[in-house]
Design a protein. Sequence first.
Length: 351
Amino acid sequence: MSIDFILAAAHEHEASDIHLVPGHRPMVRVNTVMQPLELPILTVQAIERYMAEIASPLHRERFEHQQDVDLSYATEALGRYRVNIHKQRTGPAMALRAIRDEVPAIESLNLPDVVTRFATLPRGLVLVTGDTGSGKSTTLAAIIESINASQRKHIITLEDPIEYTFDSDCCLIEQRERGEDMPDFASGLKHALRQDPDIILVGEMRDLETTSLAISAAETGHLVLSTLHTASAAQTVERIVDMYPASQQNQIRSMLGDTLQAVVSQTLLPRVDIAGMVPAVEILLCTPAVRNLIRENRTFEIPNVIETSQRLGMTTLDASIASLYYNGMISHADAVTRSSNPAAMERAIAA
C-alpha cells in the first residue's frame, strides 16, 4: 500500500487532513471530524517507507537531527499536500494537509468585503492569525492572487513549505521554501529586501529576528503579509511586543503603531447548509485611534474599538459568528460554543 493509495482514499472522502501513525489505521479529518479509513493498520516500516517516497535527503537529514520536519508533496492526480513528519511514542508519524490545486478567488471565501481591500494597500503590515487549520494560508494566497490579477508588482513569498503555487500573471512572483531555497525566514527576508520586491509574504513571524525584519520592511515602504498563531487582534499586538526585551518594547510599540495596517483573526466552523467549512473572523483596521492605543500600551481597549467601529469594516469574532448563524451557515451549538462569550451569544441568537 503506497502513500498515494492512502491519499487517493482520503481524496474520495474529501478529507482536509490525513494522519499516519504506527499501530493505527490511516485517519482523516472530514469537516473537522476525525474518522478511520478502511485500510490496514500501519507499521513503523510502512511509515519509514512513505518518508523515503516523499522526503528529500535534506529533509530526512533534518528529521534525524530535529525529530520533526515540514515539507510539501505533490502528485499529478491528487494535487499538493503540506506534510509534517515527526517522532512520537510508537515511532515516526506523518500529518498531511490537502492544498487546493487552484488558489481560490478571495470573493469565494465568505470573508468580509473589507479583506479584499488589503490587496490594494501600498505598504504596511497585514497579519492573518488563528490556530493551525484556521485557513490563514488560504486567505493570504487569495490576497496574493488578487494582486497578481490586477497589479504590476514584484512579489516574493517565503514559506515553510510552499503550499499554493502561483503563476505570474500581471505580477512577477518568486516563491522560496525554507530548507530548499533559503536556510530560514530571517535569512530569506534579509536578502529579499535586496531583490526589489513590492510585496513580501512571510509564512510565519515565528521569532524575534524575522519579526524585526518584517516590521522594518513594512516601515520602509513594502507591503508585508504574514501570520501568527494568536486568537485575537489584541493578543497579536501583545505577542509581537512581548518578543522584544523590555528595554525595546516602547520603541516597537511605536514602530508597530506606524506600520500595522490590519489584523484578521479567523477560525473555521463546519457548515450546516452545504458540505464544507466557513470562516468566522475578527477584523482590526489600524485607524489613528488604534495606532494611539498600540503606542500607548492600551491594547486592552482594542476589543471595544472594534465593537464600536463596525461602520468602518471592523468586526468582532462574536458578531461574525452571529451573522453566520443568522444566515443559516452554522449550527446553534457551534455558534454558542465557538464564541468568546457563550452566555451572551446564547442570549443574542435566542432573541
